[in-house]
Ligand binder design. Sequence first.
Ligand code: GLY
Ligand code: MN
Ligand code: MN
Length: 433
Amino acid sequence: MIDPVFAERRARVLEAMKSGVLVVFSAPQAIRNNDVEHEYRQDSDFHYLAGFDEPESVLVLSRVHEKPFVLFVRPKDPERETWDGPRAGVDGAVAEFGAVEAFPIAELAQRLPDFLENADRLYYRIGRDRAADDRVLSALERTRPRARRGSSYPTEIVDTETVLHELRRKKDAGEVALLQRAIDITAEAHVAAMAAVRPGMHEYEIEALLRGVFRRNGSERPAYAPIVGSGANSTILHYHQNDRKMDAGDLLLVDAGAEYGYYAADVTRTFPVSGEFTPPQRRIYDLVLAAQDASIAATKPGATLDAVHAESVRVITEGLVELGLVQGPVDAAISEERYKRYYMHKTSHYLGMDVHDVGRYFVGGKPRPLEEGVVFTVEPGIYVAAHDDQAPAEYRGIGVRIEDDVLVTADGCRVLSEAIPKRRRDVELACRK
Ligand code: GLY
Ligand code: MN
Ligand code: MN
């Protein structure tokens, strides 16, 4: 059965386009070596509009052509399908995915000009995939001479962002349900990691546990490479090696989220390997949690992500001054951005099909007001490098981030990841299980 959600999205995009034609390419396949490919994941825009997840495909939506939705796809090929699995083929693209007509991908060069003809503008994300750009621009070039016969061709190329990513920025109930499922799976994994961690284990054992919980629950893949950083590794923002042996007294920072049905969770918890925070760890932890509480409290329609960030910056800077990590007074430490030595990233990013999801953060140079249905992370942190000789010795090598996923509601927000312990006592209890 054809899922009506994709047809509804296409209708909304066609409406937003007003005129012209929109072209989206499937994600390119990446070769790992020889004839072995990296795992394939469809381009999020493509999936959003068609639910069609095969490579070597092109989607065309048109306001001018008599066929408003066509797909170019890999044709059926029994021999290849023996190796790579079934393909929908041209007939399947129509019957199962609702294309008005479908064509073999090999006919793209010949047929794409028919869809560009008489379209005043071409919605296309130029620059993302140079091989795709080449094919689109060649088709455009071949459309132009047809003007001598009385037709027209696109004279504007418009980024698909303007019509498609604006829709993706606000999530409907079905999307929130998929996000919630990704987050619930992620919650189970984080709680299991807290219960399992012991001194003497390696970070990769926790990574394996997380990946196992994700996959066992039907998550297709992690939404990004899990970060499992213990001790001083907790201060390295994009740490991925996950190969250190953990010691008693270490903190472990786990930033890991499942992907489910093309939607991403993005959650961080930081917890003590031996089940109890040391006093300096406790002070840093409580500060990050207070910052996160303040940012979440500021989340509502009309607020901006800049305002949400400012809350975390204020609480963290006050705390850093009090702990002797940053020179006061607080106002000057904020205006001169002294806090950035220990809090060097932003508090939030949009979350959805992509972990750093699409949608504009600024409009007309101004931070954009939040609206109901927008989902984003709130993830303040403090990271004191092990070699930071300006920091009091007791804080060196401590990294803490607490990251939750938040949905803006009509009158405030809902923390979709609230089931994962984060109050210090709750974390210590979860670690002793
Ligand atoms: N896990 C990526 C991020 O937190 O932005
Ligand atoms: Mn994040
Ligand atoms: Mn994260």
